[in-house]
Design a protein around this ligand. Structure first.
Ligand code: ZN
Ligand code: ZN
Length: 602
C-alpha cells in the first residue's frame, strides 16, 4: 500500500511538469488556498496536498522542471520530513506562519524571461500584489489564468453543496435586513454602490445562514454581491430550498448559481464604485470587474461588525460556555475514573469521549476544530494530531494536553487544559505555573479601547520571559459566534503587525492561550476565551477589561503554589468559585463530584 502512495507523488509531479511544458510555464506555485481564502479547504481545493502528499494544513509548493519544494513553518517540520520522504519534494523551512521565504526563492531562482503560473482563483488580491512585486525586478512573468490541476487531476472532487440553513432567533439576534442595512450604511460612507464578499464566515454572518461545506466551520460555499437595493448570493445549485429562497427574497436577497459570480461582476454598470477587501477576495474573481468600475479597498464592514458581539449574543455565548463546561466535567470525570481503574486509554479515546460528551448538550453541531490530545512529548507539538497509525497510550507519568472546542447554535468554544498523569514533576509544575501566571496576567489587563491587540501579547509573555523561556505561537485569536473558531480582525499575536484593524473593541471574543513546550518531553498550554467589556472611563478615554467566558477547572495539582503571588492565587480561587457556581446546576453524580474536587480553593 505504502509504495503505491509514494510512487504516485512523483507520477503526479511528472504529469504537472508535462502540463507546464504544454503551456510554456517555467514554474508552478500551488498554495494551500481556495476561492474563499478559508482556513479549512474543501477536497476540491486540496491540490497542494494531492500533489505533494503533505497532509498539514499550511504549505506552499513550488515545482519547476528540475526542482520541487514545499515551504512549511516550524509547526510542520517533523511531519513534512516524514511525509515528503521519497517524494522528490524538498522540505524548505520557513521561520513562522506567513513567512514569504518562497517569494524570495522565486525571485532569486527563476531566470529573467521565465513564466510562473499560479491559479488566480485561489490567490488573495493582496498576496497577488506581493507576488508581482517580488517577481517584477527579476523579469519573471506571472500567469494567473491557469488552473493546471484541472488538466492532471482526474478524480478531483466537485463543488461541495450541502443544504444551507438559517441561523434563527433567538440565537441570531440581529435580523438579516438589519445586517444588510448596516453594510449598506458602511458602503454609503465610502460612496460605494456595490460590495463583493467571498469569505464564507462574512457571508454566513451577514445573511444569518449556516452550512456544512467545510470541516469544523459551519459555513457554506458562496460569493455575495450587495448593492444599494439588491443582494445576490451565489451558491451551489440545490443548496437553498424553495422555502428558504422565499424567505431570502422577502429580505431582497436573490439566489444565483455559484458559477455566476464572475458574470455578475462583469455586468456591473460603468461608473459604479465597488467596495472590496483585498485580503478577503481573490485576484481571479476581481479580474472580472470591468475597467470602468472603480474599486474602493477597505476591510469588509461585516468583518468588523461580526467581531463585536452584542449583549444578546454575549448572553448566548455564556450559555454555550456553561454547556461546554458541563460536557468537560463529564469528560474529565470519566478520564480520571478510567485512569484510576487502570483502563488502557489512548490519545484517540480522548477525542472520541470529549466529542461524545459535547454531543449530549443541546444545540451541539460539531467540534470547532480537530481535537488536540497530546501526552508528554506529543503535547510539546502545538499542532499535534493523534492518528490511528501514530498515537500515544496515556500511562506512566507526565502531562496530558487537551485543546478542543465545540460548535453550538448559541456559540463557539475553544479551550485548552493540561492534566497530570501520575504525580507531576517539579519541572512540570514550574512550567505549568509560569503559563498560568501569563494567562492570569493577560486576563487581568485593563487597556484603552482601541488598543492594538498584538501589543497585549507581551502581558501574557512577561512572567514566562522572566523565567528565560518563551513560546513560538501567538497568544490569542478572535472567535466567531457559531462561526469560525479563528476569526479576525483582532489577534493577540506578537508577530502580527499592529495595524488599525487589530484594535480591541467592546464585544470582541478572543482566546488567551500562552504555552510552554519542551521538545521531546512535555507541553503546557492553558486557554480561556475572553470577552472585551467596558471597564472605566476617564479624561483619558474609555477603558476595556476582560470577562472570562470559559468555565472549566484549571488543574491545581499541576500548580507550584510557591510561584504564585497572592493576587494570582486569589484570581484562581475566585475563578474556581465561579466555575463551580455556574456548572454545578448542570452536572450530576460523578461529574459533579469531579467538579467539586477540582474547584477546591488552594
Ligand atoms: Zn484551542
Ligand atoms: Zn485557540
Amino acid at each position: 500500500m505504502t509504495t503505491t502512495i509514494l510512487s504516485s507523488i512523483p507520477e503526479r509531479l511528472s504529469r504537472l511538469r508535462l502540463a507546464m511544458q504544454a503551456h510554456g510555464v517555467t514554474a508552478c506555485f500551488i498554495p494551500s488556498a481556495d476561492p474563499h481564502l478559508s482556513e479549512y479547504l474543501p477536497a476540491r481545493w486540496q491540490g497542494r496536498r494531492w500533489l505533494s502528499g503533505f497532509t498539514g494544513s499550511v504549505g506552499n509548493l513550488i515545482v519547476t522542471a528540475d526542482f520541487a519544494g514545499l515551504w512549511v513553518d516550524s509547526r510542520y517540520w517533523e511531519q513534512a520530513a516524514v511525509e515528503l520522504a521519497g517524494s522528490g519534494i524538498a522540505m524548505m523551512k520557513t521561520n513562522s506562519a506567513g513567512s514569504v521565504a518562497h517569494l524570495d526563492w522565486l525571485a532569486e531562482s527563476l531566470p529573467a524571461g521565465s513564466t510562473l503560473a499560479v491559479d488566480g482563483a485561489v490567490l488573495a488580491l493582496e498576496s497577488s500584489r506581493a507576488l508581482r512585486d517580488a517577481l517584477a525586478a527579476s523579469g519573471v512573468t506571472l500567469r494567473t489564468d491557469l488552473d493546471l490541476l484541472d488538466d492532471i487531476w482526474a478524480d478531483r472532487a466537485g463543488l461541495p453543496g450541502a443544504a444551507i440553513y438559517e441561523h434563527l432567533a433567538p440565537y441570531a439576534s440581529v435580523s438579516r435586513a438589519d445586517k444588510l442595512a448596516l453594510v449598506r450604511a458602511a458602503m454609503r460612507k465610502v460612496s460605494a454602490d456595490w460590495h463583493v464578499l467571498s469569505t464564507l464566515d462574512d457571508i454566513a454572518w451577514l445573511f444569518n445562514l449556516r452550512g456544512s461545506d467545510v470541516n469544523y466551520n459551519p459555513v457554506f460555499l458562496a460569493h455575495a454581491l450587495v448593492g444599494d437595493a439588491s443582494a445576490t448570493l451565489f451558491v451551489a445549485p440545490g443548496s437553498v430550498d424553495a422555502a428558504l429562497a422565499e424567505r431570502l427574497a422577502a429580505d431582497g436577497v436573490q439566489v444565483a448559481d455559484y458559477a455566476a459570480a464572475a458574470d455578475a461582476l462583469i455586468a456591473l454598470p460603468a461608473g459604479g464604485r465597488l467596495l472590496l477587501d483585498p485580503r478577503r477576495v481573490t485576484l481571479g474573481l476581481i479580474e472580472a470587474v470591468p475597467g470602468q468600475v472603480e474599486s474602493i479597498e477597505a476591510i469588509n464592514p461585516s468583518t468588523l461588525a461580526k467581531s463585536q458581539k452584542n449583549a444578546a449574543e454575549a448572553a448566548h455565548i455564556r450559555v454555550a460556555m456553561e454547556q461546554d463546561g458541563a460536557a468537560l466535567c463529564e469528560f474529565f470525570s470519566w478520564l480520571e475514573q478510567a485512569q484510576a481503574d487502570g483502563q488502557r486509554i489512548t490519545e484517540l479515546d480522548i477525542d472520541e469521549q470529549i466529542t461524545a460528551a459535547r454531543a449530549r448538550q443541546p444545540g451541539f453541531k460539531c467540534p470547532s476544530f480537530a481535537t488536540i490530545a497530546g501526552f508528554n512529548a506529543n503535547g510539546a507539538m502545538p499542532h499535534y494530531h493523534a492518528t490511528p497509525e501514530s498515537h500515544a497510550v496515556i500511562e506512566g507519568q507526565g502531562l496530558l494536553l487537551i485543546d478542543s472546542g465545540g460548535q453550538y447554535l448559541c456559540g463557539t468554544t475553544d479551550i485548552t487544559r493540561v492534566v497530570p498523569v501520575g504525580e507531576p514533576s517539579a519541572e512540570q509544575k514550574r512550567d505549568f505555573t509560569l503559563v498560568l501566571k501569563g494567562m492570569i496576567q493577560l486576563t487581568q489587563a485593563q487597556y484603552p479601547s482601541g488598543t492594538r491587540s498584538p501589543m497585549l501579547d507581551a502581558l501574557a509573555r512577561a512572567p514566562i520571559w522572566e523565567a528565560g523561556v518563551d513560546y513560538g505561537h501567538g497568544t490569542g485569536h478572535g472567535v466567531g459566534y457559531f462561526l469560525n473558531v479563528h476569526e479576525g480582525p483582532q489577534s493577540i499575536a506578537i508577530l502580527r503587525s499592529p495595524d488599525e484593524h487589530t484594535a480591541m473593541l467592546a464585544g470582541m471574543v478572543t482566546s488567551n492561550e500562552p504555552g510552554l513546550y519542551r521538545p521531546g518531553k512535555w507541553g503546557v498550554r492553558i486557554e480561556n476565551l475572553l470577552l472585551n467589556v467596558p471597564a472605566a472611563s476617564s479624561e483619558f478615554g474609555e477603558f476595556l477589561k476582560f470577562e472570562t467566558l470559559t468555565l472549566c477547572p484549571i488543574d491545581t495539582r499541576c500548580v507550584d503554589l510557591a510561584l504564585l503571588r497572592e493576587d494570582e492565587r486569589a484570581w484562581l480561587n475566585d475563578y474556581h468559585a465561579e466555575v463551580r457556581r455556574r456548572l454545578a446546576p448542570r452536572v450530576q453524580g460523578e461529574a459533579l463530584a469531579w467538579l467539586n474536587r477540582r474547584t477546591e480553593a488552594v
